[in-house]
Design a protein around this ligand. Structure first.
Ligand code: CLF
Ligand code: SF4
Length: 480
């Protein structure tokens, strides 16, 4: 049986990129959020030019970045449009893999139209090779569609948490509409209407729309499958269900009232349920409004205003170099699409989830102790697919004298986060964590260092088959 790596029919992610019409394929092939494959290679950056917001979400505290597209509890320094352009040029020169510039906060970009559109206008003139992207709560979207199209914004994200105003009233206490504060069900009704209208207008104009939904257990968890169905029907390209983060220390309404966060298993279950209807994004990292780098990393500290001021940037030269690097990556991605891994696996074999430590490039290239997150892949008789990522509190070993401190509690956190994974693939792992992982039923494996992730996952799956481990369930396997 010859199995493809990431066979589109077997994948519920948006990896059927090569199956898309050429015009759309060109738009998503190097966008790290709109293509799961691209996120291993291409970087994004955000500029925090939009401080104000026009609604209140119960999972947001205005002191922090917009939680519709960001991790709560982080604060970005607000830039002027001129400073933002300087920063984009600096990052584009230093990180040739950077392909997309997004405006995602720290408030709502479309509640700050002058600052947002001034930034886009400058960028489309001065850095024409960079894709432009924006994320919004949708309230001002219908009024902004013409302007967005004028600046060639090809990718828009709308956060849509519900279609039912009664559910909306539990998420949004108020909106600011026609110079007044509107509350309760009426506020939610207006917001939902604007979001849906904005979505329809963008699709009509050929803009690719991603819908973000914040999964709030007990409030919209039962409703999001319907949201997914409706937005797909209206032409949204991708749905990104993100877990609510509701820590009391962030001071949000939900954080202070004890709103429960979903578990990794609940998130995955809902993503699977929605996936029958549409492409699901599973690699979102809930970035900061000033994030820089690959999705799993943040290089923002390398590009503070004082550091940028000291840099000499030759943008035409940077643009040339970026074009070469992008072409190389796209060729590599095309070559990786070829079905090359022969597998001998009966159709009745059970699926297995494996955690992977990676620094990007689609390779197993990270030491277990240095990982801040693990990607999770599932191998099954249908092939291999990416199913999500698990963030950990902090790396097991940060180097220096502190390495090994709190080892026990860090391992407890890692094992909890890796629930459901039976194998951990990394470039190296020390003796102590190796034993702790094994004791927790997760088999560490450093034999596939520097190999492409999907191929390594399938190779391990094949070995498990040869050892007869795919007929047993995970619990039997541990006691065998
Ligand atoms: Fe930024 Fe968002 Fe554009 Fe991507 S992020 S504005 S679509 S360029 Fe991406 Fe970050 Fe998730 Fe957003 S991982 S939070 S989905
Ligand atoms: Fe906060 Fe964003 Fe909601 Fe505004 S739209 S309240 S910034 S999460």
């Amino acid at each position: 049986m010859k199995l493809p790596v990431l066979e589109p029919a077997a994948s519920t992610s948006n990896d059927a990129v090569k199956e898309l019409p050429e015009a759309i394929r060109a738009k998503v092939a190097n966008h790290p959020c709109f293509s799961e494959k691209a996120h291993h290679y291409f970087a994004r950056m955000h500029v925090a030019v939009a401080p104000a917001c026009n609604i209140q979400c119960n999972y947001c505290n205005r002191k922090y970045d917009c939680s519709n597209e960001s991790r709560p509890g982080v604060v970005s320094e607000v830039l002027t449009p001129v400073q933002a352009v300087q920063k984009v040029k600096a990052v584009a020169a230093e990180i040739p893999q950077m392909s997309v510039l997004g405006i995602a906060g720290p408030g709502d970009p479309l509640a700050n139209p002058e600052r947002t559109f001034d930034t886009f206008r400058r960028l489309s003139e001065e850095t024409p090779d960079i894709k432009l992207c924006v994320s919004t709560n949708g309230l001002n979207l219908p009024d902004s569609v013409e302007e967005l199209c004028k600046h060639n914004i090809d990718h828009v994200t709308i956060t849509i948490n519900c279609l039912d105003p009664k559910i909306g009233a539990r998420i949004y206490p108020w909106i600011f509409w026609n110079h007044q504060r509107v509350r309760g069900v009426e506020a939610a009704r207006i917001l939902i209407e604007q979001q849906q209208k904005g979505l329809e207008m963008l699709v009509e104009r050929g803009v690719l729309v991603k819908v973000n939904s914040v999964l709030i257990p007990g409030i919209n968890d039962q409703h999001l499958k319907e949201v997914s169905r409706v937005v797909k029907e209206k032409g949204a390209f991708l749905h990104n269900v993100m877990p609510i983060i509701a820590e009391p220390q962030h001071g949000t309404y939900f954080g202070l009232t004890g709103q429960r966060e979903p578990t990794a298993a609940e998130l995955q279950e809902l993503q699977e349920a929605c996936a029958g209807d549409m492409n699901m994004m599973r690699h979102c990292r809930q970035c900061r409004a000033d994030a820089v780098g690959l999705l799993g990393e943040d290089r923002g500290q390398e590009f503070t205003l004082d550091k940028i001021a000291a840099m000499e940037i030759d943008y035409p030269a940077a643009m040339h170099k970026r074009a070469e690097v992008h072409q190389e990556i796209l060729e590599k991605l095309d070559a990786a699409d070829k079905p090359v891994v022969p597998l001998q696996v009966p159709e009745s074999s059970r699926p297995v989830q494996m955690a992977v430590a990676t620094k990007g490039q689609g390779l197993i290239n990270q030491h277990f102790g240095h990982a801040t997150e693990f990607l999770v892949y599932e191998a099954s008789p249908l092939g291999v697919r990416f199913v999500g990522h698990r963030q950990i509190e902090r790396p097991y070993c940060e180097g220096g004298a502190s390495c090994g401190e709190d080892a026990e509690s860090l391992m407890t956190n890692i094992v909890e986060q890796l629930e459901g994974c039976e194998v951990l693939l990394c470039s190296k792992v020390g003796f102590e964590p190796w034993s702790a992982l094994e004791a927790a039923g997760i088999q560490p494996n450093g034999e596939h260092a520097l190999e492409p992730i999907e191929e390594a996952v399938l190779a391990v799956y094949q070995q498990m088959q040869t050892k007869g481990q795919l007929n047993l369930n995970a619990a039997d396997l541990q006691s065998a």
